[in-house]
Design a protein around this ligand. Structure first.
Ligand code: GLT
Ligand code: MN
Ligand code: MN
Length: 388
């Protein structure tokens, strides 16, 4: 295997909430102590990450005074400089505080909606101060546990109003943010509006500044809905809307697990990495995951190293896939088209329409084409399991 050491140019990033996760879950208290943001920056840099992301309150406590905020930001900035780290993305915590118990931008209460916008503006200021250019929106409480309580039709409008306002705020401040909307179908008990990245892609087209807004798909979130993550990301990328990505892993459709990237869904994630590397994704490779609850701090760093290592293994496997003679010969055979076929460009003219209608296509013959996908897929499995 080629060199699997993570380097800054690989653009690996982690959230403060990921490597800083103390192992709390709905059934249990933290199992390891909190690590300070400054210490996290130092360790992340040492293991080869280039970036660190945060929610406003991962860095600055929700009830901090102005003086406390300034001190925290000063120390954090110094740590970024000392360890050569950047902040590619920032986001807002619109879910932990009880004020958001019934939603943020989609709360029934207009005062809570206003508070959510205000909190996001302040958090955008913080992100911009630390250099962030991508701003993520994850609507953890945007949805309903009780559908009788909220008008899902109106809620979409409230969400749009807030985003339109915040786009204008970014423009007026000269922040140059690109907004990345992150979907998840349900959390922890409620159904969230815009349950998939596909839903967000449809919504983005209805905004005042669609060019500023894209998606932040997360592996586990799409898999919670039973979707093929590789396909989800291909669509976003092809649409020019993959502004950010949350890499992790998940054991099928259930609650959000945020497992170490590449620990479970190996084949699908191989095709994902191949796609990102080959189709021009230039953004951060961000890991939104956390270590098993059974780990101590040392285990957290094993977890983070594992995420990056698996990404680099998939990248190397993609190179091998492209250079594998047997795989490439099989693909050439599968994609081969009879020389007698004269392709018709699918550019519509009246005349072309007539040509398409009249084209002589023998469906019985077409259906006879041999497609050795069993062999092809097994070659991929052999490659991934390291026996090729
Ligand atoms: C939270 C959520 C993630 C989001 C984070 C950003 S917070 O951990 O489960 O998927 O990306 O808001
Ligand atoms: Mn998640
Ligand atoms: Mn995420």
């Amino acid at each position: 295997m080629k060199n699997l050491s993570p380097r800054k140019e690989h653009k690996f990033s982690f959230g403060l909430w990921t490597v800083g996760n103390p192992g709390r879950d709905p059934f249990g208290e933290p199992t390891r102590p909190m690590i300070s943001p400054v210490k996290l920056v130092k360790h992340l840099s040492e293991i080869g990450a280039y970036g660190v992301n945060f929610h406003d309150n991962d860095l600055v406590p929700i009830d901090a005074t102005q003086a406390e905020r300034e001190k925290i930001v000063r120390e954090f900035k110094a740590a970024l400089d000392d360890y050569g780290m950047v902040v590619p993305m920032a986001t807002t915590n619109l879910f932990t505080d009880p004020v958001f118990k019934d939603g943020a931008f989609t709360s029934n209460d207009p005062r809570v909606r206003l508070y959510a916008v205000q909190k996001t503006m302040r958090s955008m200021d913080l992100g911009a101060e630390l250099g962030a250019k991508i701003y993520v929106f994850w609507g953890g409480r945007e949805g309903a546990e009780v559908d009788a309580s909220k008008d899902a039709y109106e809620a979409i409008k409230w969400f749009r109003e807030s985003l339109n306002f915040l786009c204008e705020y970014s423009i007026s401040q000269g922040y140059d943010y690109r907004f990345a909307l992150e979907a998840k179908p349900n959390e922890p008990r409620g159904d969230i509006y815009f349950p998939s990245s596909g839903a967000y892609l449809g919504f983005i087209a209805t905004l005042d500044h669609p060019e500023m807004v894209g998606v932040n798909p997360e592996v586990g979130h799409e898999q919670m809905a039973g979707l093929n993550f590789y396909h989800v990301v291909a669509q976003a990328l092809e649409a020019g809307k993959l502004f950010h990505i949350d890499l992790n892993d998940q054991k099928g459709p259930r609650f959000d697990q945020d497992l170490r990237f590449g620990s479970e869904g190996i084949k699908n994630l191989f095709f994902l990495v191949k796609l990102l590397e080959e189709k021009g994704y230039e953004g951060p490779r961000h890991f939104d995951a956390h270590a098993y609850r059974s780990e101590d701090e040392e285990g957290v760093w094993d977890f983070a190293a594992g995420c990056m290592r698996n990404y680099l293994i998939f990248k190397e496997k993609a190179r091998q896939f492209n250079e594998d003679k047997e795989i490439q010969a099989l693909l050439a055979e599968i994609h081969a088209i009879d020389k007698s076929f004269e392709p018709l460009p699918m550019k519509f003219t009246k005349e072309r329409a007539e040509q398409v209608k009249a084209y002589n296509l023998d469906r019985i013959e077409l259906a006879k084409k041999k497609l050795p996908y069993e062999k092809l897929d097994q070659l991929v499995v052999d490659l991934l399991l390291g026996v090729r």
